[in-house]
Design a protein around this ligand. Sequence first.
Ligand code: PDD
Length: 292
Amino acid sequence: MARVVYVNGSYSSYGEACVHVEDRGFQFADGVYEVCEVKAGRLIDERRHIDRLHRSLSELRMKVPMGRAALGIVLRETVRRNRVRDGMVYLQVTRGVAKRDFAFPSDDTAPTLVCLARSGSPAAAEKRASAGIKVITTPDIRWRRPDIKTVGLLPQALARQAAYDAGAKEAWLVDDNGFVTEGASCNAWIITPENAIITRPAETGILRGITRTVVVDLLGKEGFELIERAFSVEEAKAAREAFNTSATGIVTPVIAIDGTPVGDGKPGPLALRLRQHFHNFAEQSPLRALLR
Ligand code: PDD
């Protein structure tokens, strides 16, 4: 089946779709994005993802490309046309097309909106999670606004490649003081030998992950205490459990950090349990709701 992509009002095949060479997303990474999970034909946490998109746009003084309901239709229609039942949908907004100039273009410049959807195998995802993944650590060389979900992802791409080169699947980024900020494309968590569940506060140098927010809720409702503070690489290596959260990985156990096994080197029981219960706490909306 030919994949279809939404670009500025039309749905076309990948071969035909195009974005202008002077799009500011292309020249300046002047754009923001969201990735939403699609599970069993439902959109996961759409409301929160669109809220965060609005925040990213507002922090960068970018225009909202269309209203919430219309955006919901674009998301659903892109998923439908690509026949995605399980996978993800990606939404990107840039400041639009203008003659190359660092300062913002004129107010009448229309934002660029792109939406694409991709199927993924739930069985492969479960297999990966039940085996757990290895991570490496690498300096966090990003700009100082990682709370904005921009398409300026080169530091994360370099970090992910370094992980692959080392035989790992993800990189944890480390600040100048030796504390883990987050993963290249996920939030990072540990459970100490004393059973304290720790993740970095979302106010300090990380993206406030939607999956992170849902897991914080889940922990609260199940009566677990969460400590939001920075943790060091040494502390992580001595942890009982470690895991990542993201829309694409949900809760993914980490079994080694820089080659040091975490706990007994197997996925931790709490991480697996959080993964299992996650979708009972996430918001789910039917894909067809707005199309009827
Ligand atoms: N990444 N931190 C970073 C740097 C991320 O890129 C992501 C998500 C997260 C987790 O956020 P959420 O739980 O809302 O997915 C944290 C997406 C999945 C991506 O870039 O593909």
